[in-house]
Design a protein around this ligand. Structure first.
Ligand code: ATP
Ligand code: MG
Length: 391
């Protein structure tokens, strides 16, 4: 029997005149992500994408798993494809659902008939198929409120589809529908989550990482690349920029008041990040900051950081508690990598008593103690780039 995966749209279904643009971006994401599995027929109709594996060797569970990370899809239904007749619905679906029905105690049938020419109305389909199921599986009882299994029949233009149970999709809107943003990616817990959250709202993500060898090691950078790799499941391919930051950090340490070290470092990071963003067509910066989490993330400190930025800075974790960020990090599978104990350039030379309420004037004065332009240009020039690709 032919099996197909139905991917139902979320928000895209409501997009009015722009719907087709969003749809084609999602189709592109789907094709790209399913390429590695082999040949499949991928079509769309009625706010649903139909995915039909065309070879026996394709592992449908793996396909479903991959689809569950594509933004724009809200539900996934693994379904059998039937001829549009009551005989087929009553006959063939029983075999397809056998395993699930045998292990259940209660069930119900729901039906949806988008092809209004089909001669049976939805309640009639439910009654007929419900009766047939009771006959075939005498241990089952009907429970319309809280059944173990809900059997769904959808009669659409092309065929009838029957399935039991649906899986949540990733939600959001398709990557590529909201412009490109440059994510400041550290090796910590928060920034990969921030990248995921922006991709969920349709942003293409590039990443920039600052390293300070020999204070930070190759292993530390590889860990960050690994984090970028993990989020490609959601974000797609990521251009990964790595900025040599040692000279700037050493100068900060030697020439600037210690209590301003972190805030000045962050302003200089932002300056370099936005030059890279402008050079590579990104329209905004993204960080993993959360209000009040550390001294550099007080509102006072962020005002000073943002004063150094021409581009908008998005901070999707801003209102989340650490526990909530960790919950998402576990869900997207970055947590275990994030907690590996490698050094980050942010933790080199950190002051004992950073200013939590810096004034912009004082910060600007401290920054003016050095001429940074040459060092900034050097850092941008010596930045390396590597494509981190989705498998
Ligand atoms: P994270 O868990 O994301 O590392 P954090 O709580 O450790 O965040 P900070 O170290 O203060 O916070 O960094 C705040 C944000 O600055 C990070 O979320 C990230 O966006 C950016 N950032 C910090 N260090 C780096 C780095 N070495 N390279 C690129 N971005 C960085
Ligand atoms: Mg960090």
């Amino acid at each position: 029997m032919k099996e197909i995966i139905l991917c139902k749209y979320g928000e895209i279904a409501l997009k009015g005149l722009n719907k087709s643009t969003f749809e084609s971006m999602m189709m592109k994401s789907i094709r790209r992500r399913l390429k590695k599995f082999g040949e499949m027929k991928i079509t769309k109709a009625q706010s649903t994408v139909y995915i039909e594996p065309l070879s026996e060797d394709i592992d449908v569970d793996e396909v479903v798993e991959r689809l569950s990370k594509i933004f724009g899809i809200i539900k996934l239904c693994r379904s059998c494809v039937l001829e549009k007749s009551m005989d087929a619905i009553l006959g063939d679906s029983i075999g397809y659902l056998r395993e699930q029905l045998e292990s259940a105690r209660t069930f119900k049938v729901d039906a949806k008939r988008s092809d209004k020419k089909f001669p049976y109305k939805s309640p009639e389909i439910c009654i007929e198929l419900g009766g047939k199921i009771l006959q075939e599986f005498p241990h089952l009882k009907v429970d319309v409120h809280d059944p173990d299994v809900t059997v769904m029949v959808e009669v659409r233009e092309s065929n009838a589809y029957v399935y039991a149970g649906k899986l949540d999709g990733a939600g959001g809107i398709p990557v590529g529908s909201s412009g490109k943003a440059l994510l400041l990616l550290s090796g910590g817990i928060d920034s990969p989550v921030a990248g995921y959250m922006m991709a969920k709202r349709g942003a293409v993500i590039d990443a920039v990482h600052f390293e300070a060898p020999p204070y930070t090691s190759d292993r530390a950078r590889m860990k960050v690349e690994q984090l970028a790799k993990i989020i490609t499941d959601y974000c797609g391919d990521i251009a990964f920029y790595c900025v040599p930051f040692t000279e700037i950090q050493e100068t900060l340490r030697d020439k600037c008041p210690e209590e301003y070290f972190t805030i000045l470092m962050r302003r200089l990071m932002m300056e370099i990040a936005q030059r890279l963003a402008e050079k590579n067509g990104a329209q905004a910066l993204v960080t993993g900051e959360s209000l009040g989490q550390v001294a550099s993330q007080t509102m006072y400190a962020m005002v000073c950081t943002d004063a150094a930025c021409r581009l908008p800075v998005f901070r999707p974790c801003i209102g989340l508690d650490k526990t909530e960020i960790i919950e998402t990090a576990r869900k997207i599978d970055t947590f275990e990598t994030s907690i590996l104990p490698y050094e980050d350039c942010c933790t080199v030379f950190t002051p004992k008593h950073p200013k939590t309420r810096p004034s912009l004037e004082a910060v600007q004065k401290a920054q003016a103690l050095c001429d940074w332009e040459g060092m900034i240009q050097q850092a941008v020039e010596n930045t390396t780039v590597k494509m981190i690709r989705l498998d």
